[in-house]
Design a protein around this ligand. Structure first.
Ligand code: SAH
Ligand code: SF4
Length: 358
């Protein structure tokens, strides 16, 4: 089938997805146009803000790609105080964001589990239950997911990183802490607990093929996810994967491929929430706004207190503006308006897909 035939509503199997992901020039523009039209029709030209609070870079895991992996001794480890976290959440509430994301390295201690429960309750209280909370705290027991859900978290982001078990193995140490099956199990547990469940992958990893990426999209479709956050893989000097940097495509190519992944996903899963990843901005200053034009509908402004942002370096060149969050937000709003979208203030921005599936 030609690109045109596929885009005019043909079935989207692995072969067709690969054709779309390989599209260039006019075919690529046609793909982007189609994704933008579907976005407008199913989730409007509206962007939801999620204030991202990266509250700790302490992690018990050792993923080969990540700059804050436990084995990296060059990291200045931090853990925000509860007051600092609640202050950031208040900022999001006062600026009518509707929602925040609490993200950190992975920790499964009893103390941590209690702490998150208390923070969730406190955020509910300070916002009169108006602020929705998404958690991105890695793999946990189902009981933990249930406790956090009952304390007020209703969305969870857990990227599968790659849906190919063999590629997943190349990206992680071979031990009980890093099993592909466990990560899949966690996604099932999250869904069964009732969360709006989000996943995602890194794009442009060493050893990754276009076929792998097509399989990633099919994984999201088969799993029937509510939200996706995916972005380019960006190398980090103090990680084991860095030695394969000569296998990588250029950053610009990874950027383009990420836009195509977002566009194809929008066509495949019309009513889900798709986040425009921060890593896009590390390659192109207006990268996140470009993603909004081809299908993404969520942006996660970083509202972590400025002096910690430098230490949450998952990858090299992670943008960490020194602006006060307030200045930064007004600049972001202007750039979003330029992309033809408008920000939905004070709305939770639940995934339309989730609302119709439940
Ligand atoms: N510890 C949690 C959440 C924080 S990490 C977890 O792993 O789920 C959040 C995401 O950062 C990961 O899911 C991964 O996809 C992304 N990430 C890590 N290192 C990266 C890199 N070098 N380039 C791009 N994204 C990266
Ligand atoms: Fe830890 Fe997440 Fe980084 Fe893996 S990706 S090392 S779990 S912070």
């Amino acid at each position: 089938m030609t690109n045109e035939e596929i885009l005019s509503g043909g079935a989207l199997g692995r072969k067709e997805l690969i054709t779309l992901l390989n599209s260039k020039n006019e075919n690529k523009l046609r793909l982007f146009k189609k994704a933008a039209a579907i976005k407008k029709q199913h989730v409007r030209d509206t962007v939801f803000f999620r204030g991202l609070i990266e509250f700790s870079n302490i992690c018990r895991k050792n993923c080969f790609y990540c700059g804050i992996r436990s084995g990296n001794t060059h990291v200045n480890r931090y853990d925000l105080s509860d007051d600092e976290i609640l202050h950031a959440a208040s900022f999001a509430h006062e600026n009518n964001f509707g929602s925040v994301v609490l993200q950190s390295g992975e920790n499964n201690s009893t103390e941590f589990i209690h702490r998150i429960e208390n923070l969730l309750k406190a955020i509910g209280k300070l916002s009169g239950q108006k602020l929705r909370v998404t958690l991105s705290l890695g793999e946990q027991e189902k009981e933990t997911y249930r406790r956090w859900f009952e304390s007020g978290a209703h969305r969870y982001l857990l990227r599968i990183e790659s849906s190919s078990p063999s590629l997943y193995k190349k990206l992680h140490p071979d031990n009980e802490n890093h099993r592909f099956e466990k990560r899949c199990r966690c996604l099932v547990d999250l869904k069964e607990t009732g969360y709006q469940t989000g996943t995602g992958v890194m794009i442009g990893l060493p050893f990754q093929t276009i076929g792998d990426l097509a399989d990633d999209l099919l994984f999201m479709k088969d799993f029937d996810v509510d939200m996706v956050g995916m972005g380019p893989y960006i190398e980090h000097g103090h990680t084991p994967l860095y030695r394969f940097r000569n296998l990588l495509m250029s950053r610009e190519e990874r950027f383009e491929l990420t836009l195509k992944m977002i566009a194809v996903l929008r066509i495949l899963m019309k009513d889900i929430n798709i986040a425009s990843a921060t890593a896009l901005q590390a390659i192109d200053r207006s990268g996140r706004e470009k993603a909004l034009m081809v299908g993404a509908n969520v942006i996660m402004p970083n509202i972590t207190p400025g002096h910690y942002r430098n230490d949450y370096k998952l990858y090299q060149d992670k943008p960490c503006t020194d602006d006060q969050a307030e200045d930064f937000i007004s600049c972001l709003k202007a750039r979003i308006a330029l992309s033809g979208n408008s920000v939905a203030y004070g709305e939770w921005g639940d995934s339309v897909h989730y609302l119709s599936r439940s």
